[in-house]
Design a protein around this ligand. Structure first.
Ligand code: ADP
Length: 357
């Protein structure tokens, strides 16, 4: 059965206002040890489980630290566990016109794409299906069972070196971000494909993923160096209420958060890495501003990524962060930095006026 929703109080009270300490639900996922890691370190891992929300992090260079999050998914967690906890509430809210965002963060190889797409978006058994397809499936189940009319549109973009590329039309390689009263913040000119059912969605998603690979080969870059965004826009008009509700779900597979020096990059590649880290540090700066009371000066405009995520992090939407970590002691410094990022994000407080009821 699904884990309890992070958006409701344990008593089941419908009052959402008091239920959440943080504006962003923050979870951690430790993937299983890889064969290589197992070979190098036997079965040693960098954490000791306390419960489903906390663990002791062990780093031989530092003292042990206890970390607590809204939920911790250990190696044996299933894709459905992650989906049920993080995404189910976001899907049901989108249908009611509340925007939602799910972000995966972590070093390259930590399990971000696996969590989002599964091992492969097209050829994947039910058990391993990732968040993106589960969101789509649930979206259509909910819409079909509701009275009223609806449309679902898909966009897919990649942010690389501060340029927003359309993954559904590679000729659009420098999209601009705009804001309007009705739409909020949006990517102007991005291809929007109407999707009617799950298999429709899957076909277009896999085209976007294939385009991403083509673009990357042309530019000689690894997918771990760009941010990938899956955007579902849902319009839903219920018969009982003539207002049409518009909700957006954005799933963000971030570029690897590893330190530049570790990648051994030089020249152009090093410049690229620095720019990528810039948008991730812009994200960090936005989070810091949101948590330190400097809410009038949140630097959303410092990067394309933070601008697109402004609505998500700024309050008028539901947001969830999945911090992906390698369990291996050899990656402990990067995992620690990911966990600290998650801890800071958890401190974003929901201002009462920003929580949709
Ligand atoms: P990232 O997107 O963070 O760079 P990936 O998602 O590509 O990392 O994961 C790196 C490798 O680990 C892949 O081979 C992936 O299939 C595997 N992996 C990641 N998470 C899991 C998991 N929860 N269960 C099994 N294999 C996983």
């Amino acid at each position: 059965s699904p884990s309890p929703s992070p958006f409701r109080s344990p008593s089941g009270s419908s009052s959402r206002r008091g239920a959440r300490m943080s504006n962003v639900t923050v979870c951690v996922r430790f993937r299983p040890l890889s064969h290589k890691e197992r070979k190098a370190n036997a079965d040693n891992v960098c954490f000791r489980k306390l419960d489903s929300e906390s663990f002791v992090f062990k780093d031989e260079r530092e003292d042990d630290v206890v970390f607590s999050f809204d939920k911790v998914f250990y190696e044996d967690a299933q894709q459905s566990d992650v989906y049920n906890f993080l995404a189910v509430p976001i899907v049901s809210d989108a249908i009611n016109g509340i925007n939602g965002t799910i972000i995966t963060y972590g070093q390259t190889g930590a399990g971000k794409t696996y969590s989002m797409e599964g091992p492969s978006i097209l050829h994947c058994n039910e058990q391993k299906t990732g968040l993106v397809q589960r969101v789509v499936d649930e979206l259509f189940i909910c819409l079909r069972s509701s009275a009223g009319t609806w449309t679902v549109k898909l966009s897919m973009v990649e942010i690389y070196l501060e340029k927003v590329r359309d993954l559904l039309d590679l000729s659009k390689d420098n999209l601009q971000i705009k804001e309007s009263k009705t739409q909020g913040i949006y990517i102007a000119g991005a291809t929007e494909i109407s999707i009617l059912n799950s298999s429709d969605a899957l076909e277009n998603l896999s085209q976007g993923i294939a385009n991403r690979a083509v673009g990357e080969t042309q530019m000689n870059l690894a997918s771990s160096r760009s941010h990938c965004l899956y955007i579902f826009s849902v319009q839903h008009g219920s018969t009982s209420d003539e207002r049409v509700k518009m909700g957006k779900i954005i799933l963000v597979d971030l570029a690897g958060s590893e330190k530049v020096e570790k990648t051994g990059a030089e020249g152009r590649v090093l410049d690229e890495a620095k720019t990528i880290n810039k948008s991730l540090s812009a994200l960090g700066n936005v989070i810091n501003a949101l948590t330190t009371g400097k809410q009038n000066h949140v630097p959303f405009r410092d990067s394309k990524l933070t601008r697109i995520l402004q609505d998500a992090l700024g309050g008028n939407s539901r947001a969830a962060l999945l911090c992906c970590c390698s369990p291996s002691p050899s990656n402990a410094p990067e995992s620690l930095s990911t966990l600290r990022f998650g801890t800071r994000t958890k401190l974003i407080k929901a201002s009462p006026k920003s929580i949709p009821e």
